[in-house]
Design a protein around this ligand. Structure first.
Ligand code: AMP
Length: 594
């Protein structure tokens, strides 16, 4: 990126964040003027565009509240239901509603605004790290298939939409090692193979290694473990492995595998053959200055793994984004992962905040661990007792749930994320990501709520009944050290008609239970399982009484015995160890998901 361009972009960010009040006023005014006549807003405002009336009469909603309007757009009803702007596609959120993906409307303007974010981040990163324009980035990026909707418009994940946008093709693509055809290939293993192969062939140009979410890294390491011999052999012979059959991968590869390169293969093989892979990323790509990947929120589970394989290169989490809106960027990219805040960009959407009673992320985790949900302040809001505040009025140290109003037909929409204010950049607040509300288990971008997990377990219990087993307690954790990560459930079983603790576990029944749970989980889980981004679910049966030990442990850490609720999801190592040491049988889901 040219120096003058960097300065221009940084100046723009400074201007926008300095004018946060005006920018927010402007965007809300704009949204109301354009959309006052939509079916949705008309119902509350009767064609008026006054901002105060908007705040007074338009309700704060969740997806379920507006689903009927979105469904009408999906079904192709005439325009002006939620927005007067033409809809260009639907973005599929990784959150779900009743097991279905959530559909978010997208307009040309919204999509363009979002596509500008990587360029803003480029400018910020160039300011902090010198010399990046002397080389390239090896970015592992993958596209997912589209879905057709009855409206005739496509639905796809935000990442797929972004990767096929003109902005990506004309700007970002210039500084990545992989040609666009390979990135857009829908055959993930073949695309991953070619991306890594090119990255290794161009290893001396690679100055940074990245992806979007950190969850790609465990997959990438596992893939290298499985395929490094093929990769080295292709480099040695100058011939692409025959199992790469997709033309969108094969054709562009011909400009990289021009001739045999035994020198490079000789250099790489001993690195892969080394028993320890600690720091392997810096051995393979010695000029890499940093890792670009989001490691906040549920992605923080991958920090240890990235540190291990990268030899502790700095990890930069660039932005905070969702299908609904882009929120902010990280203006201090070299901060440590636990010190990352995102500065909200006031021209992206109109933002409001519901105060949440969580003084610190630590406290939030503790509440979560003890199984106490924190919906009190939302209840207060619903009862008219809590103040919803504007972007510029948030208070440092306070936690909030973020609410957005967008140019694409979302009005006062609760995204479900809890954030903590850590400071201000000019007039615009910086937020630390605290947690996604009500997420029990999370691997990659799958987020399984307590309610979804409990429903899935209920569905599986049917398998136990004919065997005379009773499920007396369960808990779970996301095992992110296995590659790919998997959900592990602890089940305490008892025979209905006997007090014996000698359980004769039948593996067919238990495997069937694993399968039932998986089949009952939501769309995103099943999609990620099919893509092998999540491994087969595991059930560990524990001895009767194991959950009493767990309760003793929780009580010893401050849980109130009378109010104790078995944690649906375990986040503390010692708690997992307590149950693990009482395991009497381990079972895995087998076969493919329907
Ligand atoms: P999706 O709508 O599927 O793109 O998921 C968006 C959600 O991912 C957000 O609402 C957050 O919960 C999470 N997310 C996105 N960016 C970040 C980030 N930088 N740090 C933590 N969580 C994030």
């Amino acid at each position: 990126m040219e120096k003058s361009r960097i300065e221009y972009v940084l100046k723009k960010i400074e201007e926008q964040t300095s004018n946060a009040v005006e920018e927010q006023e402007k965007i809300l005014e704009n949204i109301l003027k354009r959309n006052a006549e939509t079916d949705y807003l008309n119902k509350f405002l009767h064609g008026q565009t006054d901002k105060q009336l908007f705040k007074k009469y338009v309700p704060v909603v969740t997806y379920e509240d507006i689903k009927s309007y979105i469904d009408r757009v999906i079904d192709g009803e005439p325009p002006n239901i939620l927005t007067t702007e033409p809809i260009i596609e639907f973005i599929l959120s990784s959150g779900t509603s009743g097991g279905e993906p959530k559909y978010v409307l997208s307009t040309a303007e919204c999509s363009q605004k979002r596509a500008s974010i990587p360029m803003l981040m480029e400018a910020v990163i160039h300011k902090h790290i010198e010399g990046l324009d002397k080389g390239k980035g090896m970015y592992l990026l993958f596209s997912n298939p589209d879905f057709d909707t009855p409206s005739g418009l496509k639905a796809r994940m935000f990442s797929s939409s972004y990767l096929s946008s003109p902005t990506f093709k004309t700007t970002v693509c210039k500084y990545v090692t992989t040609p666009i055809e390979i990135i857009l290939s829908l055959n993930k293993p073949q695309s991953m193979y070619c991306q890594l192969l090119i990255g290794l062939i161009r290893r001396h140009e690679v100055l940074r290694i990245g992806t979007i979410f950190a969850s790609t890294f465990p997959n990438c390491i596992k893939f290298l473990q499985d395929h490094w011999k093929d990769i080295c052999s292709d480099i040695r012979t100058g011939h692409l492995s025959d199992w790469i059959t997709e033309q969108d991968c094969r054709t562009p590869m011909s400009s990289f595998l021009l001739e045999p390169n035994s020198e490079l293969a000789d250099l790489l093989e001993p690195i892969f053959e080394n028993e320890s892979w600690e720091g392997i990323i810096t051995k393979l790509w010695p000029k890499a200055k940093y890792i670009d990947a989001i490691v906040t929120g549920s992605m923080s589970q991958y920090i240890g793994l990235i540190d291990y394989y990268s030899g502790r290169l700095p990890i930069i989490s660039t932005f905070y984004n969702s299908s609904e809106a882009c929120f902010g960027i990280n203006m201090e990219p070299l901060n440590k992962p636990w010190d990352i805040s995102y500065t909200f960009l006031p021209n992206m959407a109109y933002f409001e905040f519901i105060p949440v009673d969580k003084e610190s992320p630590q406290k939030a985790q503790k509440l979560h661990f003890n199984g106490v949900s924190n919906e009190e302040s939302i209840e207060k809001l619903e009862n008219g007792n809590a103040q919803i505040v504007d972007l510029v009025d948030v208070k440092i140290g306070q936690c909030y749930e973020v609410v957005v109003t967008t140019l694409a037909g979302l009005y006062r929409y609760r995204v479900g994320d809890i954030l903590k204010v850590t400071g201000f950049h000019n007039k615009s607040p910086k937020f630390q990501f605290v947690e996604r509300q009500n997420v029990a288990l999370s691997i990659d971008r799958d987020k399984t709520s307590e309610a979804d997990l409990s429903k899935a377990i209920k569905a599986a219990e049917i398998e136990l009944e004919p065997r005379g087993f009773l499920l007396t307690a369960y808990s779970s954790f996301a095992d992110t050290w296995s590659i790919p990560g998997r959900y592990v459930l602890f089940w305490e079983l008892k025979l209905r008609d006997s007090n014996t603790d000698q359980l004769k576990l039948d593996s067919n029944t238990m495997e069937q239970c694993c399968r039932r749970v998986e089949e009952s989980l939501d769309f995103t889980y099943k999609l990620f399982r099919k893509m092998n981004l999540i491994g087969p679910l595991e059930i560990r049966v524990v001895k009767f009484g194991a959950f009493d030990e767990l309760m003793n442990f929780c009580v010893s850490r401050g849980a109130a015995p009378l109010q104790y609720k078995t944690p649906c999801c375990l986040k503390i190592k010692e708690a997992i160890e307590i149950l693990d040491s009482r395991v009497v049988g381990k079972f895995f889901s087998n076969g493919n998901l329907a």
